[in-house]
Design a protein around this ligand. Sequence first.
Ligand SMILES: Cc1cc2nc3c(=O)[nH]c(=O)nc-3n(C[C@H](O)[C@H](O)[C@H](O)COP(=O)(O)O)c2cc1C
Length: 363
Amino acid sequence: MSYQKIIRPLLFQMDPEQAHVLVHSLLKNYGKILAKVSGGLTYNDTDLSCDLFGHPLSNPIGLAAGFDKNGELTEVLQALGFGFAEIGSVCARATNGNPKPRLFRLPEDEAAINRLGLNGHGADAVAERLGEAHFSLPIGLNIAKTNDPAIAGEAAVADMIYTFNKIRGLPITYVTVNASCPNTKEGIVTEGDQMRLLMQELQKFNSTKIPILIKLSPDSTTEFVESIVDAASTFKIAGFVCGNTTTSRDDLKTNSDRIKEIGMGGLSGAPLKEKAIKLCQRVNAKKKDWQIIIGCGGISTGKDAYDFMTAGASLLEVYTGLIYKGPTLPQDICRELSAILKQKSQDKSTDKSRSKQVAYTQD
Ligand SMILES: Cc1cc2nc3c(=O)[nH]c(=O)nc-3n(C[C@H](O)[C@H](O)[C@H](O)COP(=O)(O)O)c2cc1C
């Protein structure tokens, strides 16, 4: 059944958050069956197989944080064609998040604005759920500070450590520290000292040496990004997710009155791509070889994926693309990316044999 012709128009008649809740619960209850009846959504070639901290991945396309905040889909996500998935953000305390409405579509821009505000079941409930789950693919867990401005300074670090200690014993592949959520009163972390203290404390408790990544904001200054990347290598941080949503509203096709009416929130989807790529490039120029970049922001085609890889990302994550392109997105990106990579390597070998021929004729 065509997602774009039949299912999307129906979903787009609904309130965006209600549509998400419906899709999430359909996936939770019928995900594996849906994948089977739709003819299989997995990319079955092995040419994109890769590695995530020693765990083999069937392909480099992951689900970004925010789609499965409470870890309820870990058993079905492989059937939807993902190579890995990031669960969360999970906070120490269960919270309802910001008042509704708080999720908006911008169809003309293939974008979304959200100010959910880190709603979720909290670390205890998610840890219990994940402890009983049979993961269908490698899982990363994204943790954030509880959305409460009263939790600040050392208490903020303690709040994150609580969640980390709850989840670090689970069979997860990595932990991402979300220091870049624009949808809380505190906003994105801008204090280098606070980030350094957090990294230090996390590693103090990291007895199992689980790889820790930092999720950065495309809105951070170059100086902040560079100082965090520098500090990250000192604290043996394994990599970066580049990146989160932006508060920028530049260059949107959507009517400016509509943008004003929507108000605050993080913008995701196609208009975010250039900013996220710039963030990847900045991080790539500073990071150590042993640190990885997961590219994220406006990826919905193989070309997008390829552009992020050229900017230094070895793995990719998607969210808003799913809203516009539907459940075949991971498979479609893989097919297109594979074709681009094959074409590039053919071009390279043609160039090589041409330059050999030129050298031969010149001799
Ligand atoms: C509705 C929604 C909720 C999100 N929630 C989270 C979250 O809880 N934690 C987080 O780190 N990122 C969250 N994100 C950001 C995404 O993980 C991703 O970084 C961002 O949307 C850019 O990717 P995209 O353009 O493919 O959507 C959320 C995004 C959306 C659209």
